[in-house]
Every structure is written in structure tokens, then in C-alpha cells.
Design a protein around this ligand. Structure first.
Ligand SMILES: CC(C)(COP(=O)(O)OP(=O)(O)OC[C@H]1O[C@@H](n2cnc3c(N)ncnc32)[C@H](O)[C@@H]1OP(=O)(O)O)[C@@H](O)C(=O)NCCC(=O)NCCS
Length: 165
């Protein structure tokens, strides 16, 4: 069974995933050396969950929360097993749907991540040349998803609009 769980003390394999330059090739985290202390520090600052498959940690999802605008900026790291990224992402979107909006982005070269966002969120925009990848400019692509309350409001507004027609 795949589930998200509260996860507060980093496991060693989680730190190893973050220091794996190949796995992190499409993340700015590849420029940073991670230690237990640095990972723990980050975890305390954001919404953070472990992704567990049959009680085994296979990834993490994290969101920095912009409280003033009620927006969650979501990211994912699947280190243990491939093939569960989209399912874990959906669980995270569900749990964060109490926020007004959820946003996410990645380098255009990150095809798997783009597929996940395309299937679960609305396209927002591209920033050309946003990143440097192997010294060459690469665009960033960004998606968004309205939270449940915002979606309900949008439906109500559409209802009011059509009733007026
Ligand atoms: C990006 C990441 C989360 C994908 O996880 P995953 O377990 O491989 O994802 P899934 O197997 O659920 O695949 C999601 C979709 O992408 C597709 N996909 C996977 N690898 C792909 C590739 N190399 N090229 C194109 N599509 C790909 C899958 O077919 C699937 O599509 P589907 O919905 O049609 O079946 C994972 O590789 C990861 O954690 N990478 C390192 C950290 C990272 O880059 N995070 C994102 C930075 S913002």
C-alpha cells in the first residue's frame, strides 16, 4: 500500500538520495552537499511527508507554504523505487488541497516530472532559460492547481454566471 506519513527524523537513505548527483540532475539540490543536520533543518521549515510503500520509505514530498497568499509550492523526490511518483504526487495534492492554490515547476528536461504535473494540474507558464543545465540555459515549466475551496467557489461563480444568461 502506498501512503504519505508524518516523517520527522531523516533516514540515511533519504540523505543519500539527496547527494545522488544523477538522481538529482534536474534539481538545484544537485549543487548542495546534504548532511543529516541540513536535511533536518529543511524538514522543520516546510510541510513534509515520507512516501511509504508497504511501510518502506521510497520517497518524500515537501511543500513550502506561503501563508499570506495561502499557496503551497510542492516538490517530490522518489529515491527508493520508480513507478510511484505520480501516485505519491496525487496523495500530496489531496492533502494540500485545503490551501487556496498548489503550484509546482521543473526544468523542461525533467520529462517524468512534466508528465506528472500535466496529468494532475493546470499548465501555468514557461520561463525561458530559467536554469543552467550543464552550463546551458534550460527553460522552467510551471503548473498550478486550485484548492478544494477555490474550486467550489469557481463552480459557484460559474453557476451564478450561467443562471444570469
Ligand atoms: C520525477 C520523479 C518524481 C518521477 O518519479 P517516477 O516514480 O519515475 O514517476 P512515475 O513512474 O509515476 O511516472 C510518471 C509519468 O512519467 C512518465 N515517465 C517516467 N519517466 C519518463 C521519462 N524519462 N520520459 C518521459 N516520461 C517519463 C511515466 O510513464 C508516467 O507517465 P504515465 O502517467 O503516462 O504513466 C522521480 O524521477 C524523482 O524523484 N526524480 C528526482 C527528483 C526530481 O527530479 N524531482 C522533481 C524536481 S521538481
Amino acid at each position: 500500500m502506498l501512503e504519505l506519513r508524518e516523517y520527522t527524523i531523516p533516514e540515511q537513505k533519504h540523505i543519500d538520495w539527496l547527494n545522488d548527483k544523477d538522481l538529482m540532475r534536474y534539481s538545484d539540490q544537485r549543487h548542495v552537499h546534504h548532511t543529516r543536520a541540513s536535511v533536518q533543518h529543511y524538514m522543520f521549515q516546510v510541510w513534509f511527508r515520507g512516501v511509504y510503500l508497504n511501510d518502506v520509505l521510497i520517497g518524500t514530498v515537501a511543500a513550502s507554504i506561503d501563508k499570506h497568499n495561502d499557496v503551497a509550492d510542492l516538490g517530490i523526490l522518489m529515491g527508493g523505487r520508480r513507478g510511484y511518483g505520480k501516485a505519491a504526487w496525487k496523495l500530496a495534492l489531496d492533502e494540500l488541497s485545503t490551501h487556496r492554490m498548489i503550484v509546482a515547476g521543473c526544468m523542461v528536461g525533467n520529462q517524468a516530472m512534466q508528465t506528472i504535473m500535466r496529468r494532475t494540474m493546470e499548465y501555468s507558464h514557461i520561463i525561458p532559460d530559467r536554469f543552467l543545465y550543464d552550463g546551458k540555459p534550460m527553460a522552467g515549466v510551471y503548473y498550478r492547481r486550485a484548492g478544494e475551496a477555490a474550486l467550489r467557489l469557481r463552480e459557484e461563480m460559474a453557476g451564478i454566471y450561467y443562471r444570469r444568461l
